[in-house]
Design a protein around this ligand. Sequence first.
Ligand code: ADP
Ligand code: MG
Length: 698
Amino acid sequence: MSNFFHTKIEFLKGVGPQRAELLQKELNIYTYGDLIQHYPFRYLDRTQFYKIAELDESMPYVQVQGRVKGKEVLGEGRKQRLAATLVDEDGSEMDLVWFKGVKWMQKSLKNHTDYIVFGKPTAFNGKFSMAHPELEELAEEKQTTAFLQPVYHTTEKLKAHRIESKVIARMMELLLKVAVPNIQETLSPELIDHYRLMSKRDALINIHFPQSVEKYNAAKFRLKFEELFYIQLRLLRQKTVRRADLAGQVFKQVPTVTEFYKNHMTFDLTNAQKRVIKEIHKDLTAGKQMNRLLQGDVGSGKTIVAFITMLIAADNGAQSVLMAPTEILADQHYTGLKEFADRLGINIGKLTGSTKTKDRKVLHEQLRSGEMKMIVGTHALLEDVVQFHNLGLCIVDEQHRFGVEQRSKLWRKNPCIIPHVLVMTATPIPRTLAMTLYGDLDVSVIDEMPAGRKEIVTVHRFDSHRLRVFQFVRDQIKLGRQVYIVYPLIEESEGMDYKDLMDGYESIRRAFPEYQVSMVHGKLKAQDKDYEMQRFVRNETQLMVATTVIEVGVNVPNASVMIIESAERFGLSQLHQLRGRVGRGAEQSYCILMTGYKLSKDSKTRLETMVRTNNGFEIADIDLKLRGPGDLMGTQQSGVLDLLIADLAKDAPILQEARAAAQRILQEDEQLEQPQNQNILRHIKSLSVNTINWSRIS
Ligand code: ADP
Ligand code: MG
């Protein structure tokens, strides 16, 4: 975009320094470019006219054409109001009423004049009326008036300063007048042709003031396509840059891996695990830095893949890190991996917040000397004192708990050559989202469960059936199984939630006096939490009452029943994560979702989905549709999702087209040198000029 769009907003007619400051503070609008990209979030349909006889109270805002016949001020003082009668061409009448600005309206409303009135019809004594309708004198109506009237997002503070949607619309009108000649095309003629896109200029005009429904749709499509296209282009280019520029250590040797396969594996890898390990191995021998996302539903067996990857690093003289988001998880990984590592005589360590200073010293030293080959831990690994001899591989588990910043801190621990990176997540990210969030990562998917796993049986039960549920639990414990009972803990209602948890704990103890009950929640000290967790892991307790702290990764194969209390309060992905704590052994497992009778439509959809399917990807897709992408765990921090107009939950087809287009263009013209791609190159360059909104996607 030319410099015109960098013009400060205060220079726009009717804005000035004061309003400019408000627009900056409240809406991040600094420049003409920012304002023009402040798209309406909805429109009022002004295309339809209604007859008064057709009105009905269920209607939202409607538009009626008629003549004002008589007006009078009624009432006194605060009850004063202006009432007018509107008659349409059929002779039907309705009332127009004003409670505020009575004097002014009385003066400006012209008797015996034709108006278009726009407002919400309400019925009173069999007659319709509209309070504070918008008025437009018919004679005044211009041909250019938009059919769909834009409604802009504003804030309370802006409204208090009289910058309402209508005022923004007025600014937009003024801006467009001067801006139109300066709007340059940002997509190539070839793309415009191929996807039959509206021009950038027409799109900007029609997104604000649609000249028809068709033009509005074309404008919306064009702008969504553009937005997604540039995101994909950026991600794909990063990927090529990384491929070309970042060298990686070459891990060709695999003697210990072979030995491990031969002598120490206690089960056969699934085909999906084998395929993923092959993909990883190929990366590790390619001479370029690996950047791979490993997706696999809970229980699909990601840990063993992580271990084998670490083993490959060790076989080539490199150290590796496995970082987990919580202490419990780090412990569990450590215990699991140490068992394998010990058999192979590999030095493995653990570093968490609660590692004693004395032990830390030893760890630090062994890591620096290279004596320690593998280390498992939490954020504690990020501290600057943790230095390596040759860090060759970083694995991050449950990545959504870590910020991008934190991760990059790990990569920087090898000053010579960036370590290979494997990010593991059990939150199955829908393909559309993965493409956008991780367009610069390669993706591997474990889409197969280890053999012999039985599908978890999921049911929904109302609170009134609790006694029967308890009987079922008792039967299961008699068979030797263990049971989780999870309570919600939502920040806003923390106090009450803790009370529910404690009450729940007490009632479980009373209901099962013959068994031991553990309890774990966020307010416990790490070591107490640990103690309780360990008792459950060792089957010293049969029931585990907990909040969602047990959500991630915890592995107790003997636990076969998961009861989720107030299940309607959990998000769908979270329910699925929780369910994943059971179904890890050979026994049939169960998930029981407990709720009261009163359920919202979305809650019902979530519960039905859980009962119907165990497929994490399907669940993630539905979750995305229910909540919108901004809410999905961890995606907020990515920044990528701060979209102006596209909606990842709804625009998957456009995203796919945009990605294909970006891919094709880069394939044919990686440097964007060819004449037909000059619009694109110019736009990318302008995007990197740092004004707030024009650079949103960078
Ligand atoms: P997640 O992907 O959720 O991290 P884990 O790696 O914890 O899953 O694996 C879940 C359980 O399945 C563990 O007990 C693990 O030992 C076991 N497991 C993993 N792969 C296989 C396999 N191919 N065959 C049988 N059991 C497996
Ligand atoms: Mg795991």
